[in-house]
Design a protein around this ligand. Structure first.
Ligand code: NI
Length: 160
């Protein structure tokens, strides 16, 4: 198990656009493993994107606690979105803050797995929300940019 340091809001790395992975090298496999370890260690995390550990590559992992378990996405591409849902979000890189964000209810996404195989996933509800949130990280977008009412709320740290 290896944990990586989290990049926190205010660091310009979080505002950069990440580059595609051109080869799924041992470094990328290690990155995927370390990202999952870091997400689970932090407890509240249901997703983490590579820029959050300082790597500007188009990679993220999610585990919303459903039957999918851990899902790894390399070079993801959202193919379709539909519907709408609005709920509170948080982010490991934006500790102590939350706001309401509107997301698609349904997403269809294409990506590579760690074996370099392309897969297509259709997701709804929390998984769709999480995928959109993590995909935004690859484009330098944070959830606080998308507050539906323009307000950002403080949370008691580490509630839940
Ligand atoms: Ni986040």
């Amino acid at each position: 198990m290896a944990l990586r340091n989290l990049v926190i809001e205010g660091d310009p790395l979080l505002r950069k656009t990440s580059r595609p992975v051109d080869e799924i090298s041992p470094r990328i496999i290690k990155l995927l493993d370390d990202m999952a370890d870091t997400m689970y260690f932090e407890g509240r995390g249901i997703g983490i994107a590579a820029p959050q550990v300082g790597v500007l590559r188009r990679v993220f992992v999610v585990d919303v606690g459903d039957e999918h378990g851990l899902i790894e996405f390399i070079n993801p591409e959202i193919l379709e979105v539909s519907g709408s849902q609005t709920d509170n979000e948080g982010c490991l890189s934006v500790p102590g803050k939350t706001c309401e964000v509107e997301r698609p209810q349904h997403v269809k996404i294409k990506a590579l797995n760690r074996d370099g195989e392309e897969f297509i996933l259709e997701a709804d509800d929390l998984l769709a929300r999480c995928i959109c949130h993590e995909n935004d990280h690859l484009n330098g977008i944070l959830f606080i940019d998308k507050s539906v009412d323009g307000k950002i709320y403080s949370t008691d740290s580490d509630e839940d």
